[in-house]
Design a protein around this ligand. Structure first.
Ligand code: ACO
Length: 448
């Protein structure tokens, strides 16, 4: 099998969003804290008629329709999500409704979950299957679906919601360079969901930022080592055209790329020019522990990395800045942003991806972009993603309504015996929505 990877993609996100600028005023924080401090523009959220199951049903249905894929041609379906609606029944089983209708029940795969990493685990599982002896020639399908909601407080503006579906197979326009990979996995309590009665995580914000950057450093080191071993020359940030990061909020993405630049400086890479080298020199003696705490180092790195950030990272930031953290879908929404922004220029390029899930699991890996064949070409993927239209047709909701929606969902989480408003005015035709949950906790959905 040659060039196994992503053949096609589609994205769905709720039609409601709240502007970060309005949220700043509503929350009474200083002006600029969410927009400049976190680097976010707006945040998508589910109202009581949508959830991770309805979003994933919608995105699977639209992907199959938009690329004209017969549901019988899917042989593996893997879901990544950290939004637990049922502790036993996987989201994958709900999606089977779409395939059962067509007489296809022969589909492997279940859900993967570990914070924001589940989508990457699902992607690796599907690609590995295509490359294995058990592959039967059919497509794999990966679905990342999450609704990120936080309790009131500093983490609340870092929520978001979306679902992404990716069709997997050989001869893909977006293929995995499976040789180049670095993972870092460890036990840490930075963000976790021990309270099964609540959808909200317990989060140590500062620790989670440091864990993320430590994991990034460790993955980058391993990735560089693998690359050098195979290619016989060192890797530095010039060797990739884009860097796509898991994006809880944009400021962390800026810091992450700056951190890769700092790594290249410490490794004496020629990418770091004389001027930048002089600016970074005072920090070359810091221990790695100290380097995570130094605000000055952070600022200098961001400043010297800025020109490269603008070309290699900025085009990846569109959707995450507009929708917020989509947990498992976040990294792939950032990737979809590059496809949207640069689809005619990507062929032949290498795109480095960094996936992070708290707790913690993380991998850096890379995509190679190839000329795909219709309907699996980058320009077709970009037109089906239809990002500009989808973003523009959203409905801006005042913060007060957003807070009310979250309050209602707090009561609905884990509840039984209720009927939703079934208010589907904002949903586009073809969108799945929750109608009711019966006395046995069984959930029912309808299509608009
Ligand atoms: N204008 C401009 N910038 C401002 C302003 C202002 N008025 N006020 C604050 N800022 C800046 C701060 O300087 C800081 O930037 P810096 O880091 O470059 O110095 C930034 O805004 C954030 O301000 P803090 O006071 O550090 O933010 P706070 O502690 O209130 O919360 C946090 C931020 C920790 C990210 C919180 O939102 C959170 O816990 N989020 C969830 C956890 C998370 O997303 N972790 C990331 C990895 S794990 C995961 O993916 C879930």
């Amino acid at each position: 099998v040659k060039d196994a990877g992503v053949l096609a993609m589609d994205i769905y996100f709720p039609p409601n969003c709240v502007l970060q600028e309005e949220l700043e005023t509503h929350d009474g924080v200083s002006k600029g804290k969410y927009t400049i401090g976190l680097g976010q523009d707006s945040m998508a959220f589910c109202t009581e008629v949508e959830d991770v199951i309805s979003m994933s049903l919608t995105v699977v249905k639209t992907l199959l329709k938009n690329y004209n894929i017969d549901p019988k041609c899917i042989g593996r379906l893997e879901v990544g999500s950290e939004t637990v609606i049922d502790k036993s029944k996987s989201i994958k089983t709900w999606l089977m409704q779409i395939f059962e209708e067509c007489g296809n029940t022969d589909i492997e795969g279940v859900d993967s979950s570990n914070a924001c990493y589940g989508g990457t685990a699902a992607l690796f599982n599907c690609v590995n299957w295509v490359e294995s002896n058990s592959w039967d020639g059919r497509y794999g399908l990966v679905v990342c679906t999450d609704s990120a909601v936080y309790a009131e407080g500093p983490a609340r503006p870092t929520g978001g919601a979306a679902a992404i579906a990716m069709l997997i197979g050989p001869n893909a326009p977006i293929s995995l360079e499976s040789k180049f990979r670095g993972s870092h996995m460890a036990h840490v309590y930075d963000f976790y969901k021990p309270d099964l009665a609540s959808e909200y995580p317990v989060v140590d914000g500062k620790l989670s930022q440091t864990c993320y950057l430590m994991a990034l450093d460790s993955c980058y080191k391993t990735f560089c080592k693998r690359y050098e071993k195979i290619e016989g020359k060192p890797f530095s940030i010039v060797d990739a055209d884009s860097f796509v990061f898991h994006s809880p909020y944009n400021k962390l993405v800026q810091k992450s790329f700056a951190r890769l630049y700092y790594n290249d400086f410490l490794r004496n890479c020629s990418i770091v020019d004389k001027d930048s080298r002089e600016k970074l020199e005072p920090y070359s003696g810091l221990s790695s522990e100290e380097s995570y705490q130094s605000r000055d180092l952070e600022k200098v790195c961001q400043q010297v990395a800025k020109p490269l950030y603008d070309t290699k990272v900025q085009p990846t930031t569109l959707i995450p800045k507009q929708l917020g953290n989509m947990y498992t879908a976040s990294l792939y929404a950032a990737f979809a942003s590059v496809v949207h922004n640069k689809h005619d220029a990507l062929v032949g390029q290498r795109i480095v991806m960094f996936s992070y899930g708290s707790g913690m699991t993380s991998t850096m890996f890379s995509f190679k972009i190839n000329e795909g064949q219709h309907p699996f070409s980058l320009s077709n993927i970009a037109s089906i993603l239809d990002i500009s239209n989808k973003l523009e047709s959203r409905h801006v909701v005042p913060p007060k309504k957003f807070v009310e929606a979250l309050k209602l969902m707090e009561h609905r989480y884990g509840a039984k015996d209720f009927v939703t408003s079934q208010d589907t005015r904002l949903l586009v035709p073809g969108t799945y929505y929750l109608t009711h949950v019966d006395s046995m906790y069984r959930r029912f959905y309808a299509v608009k």
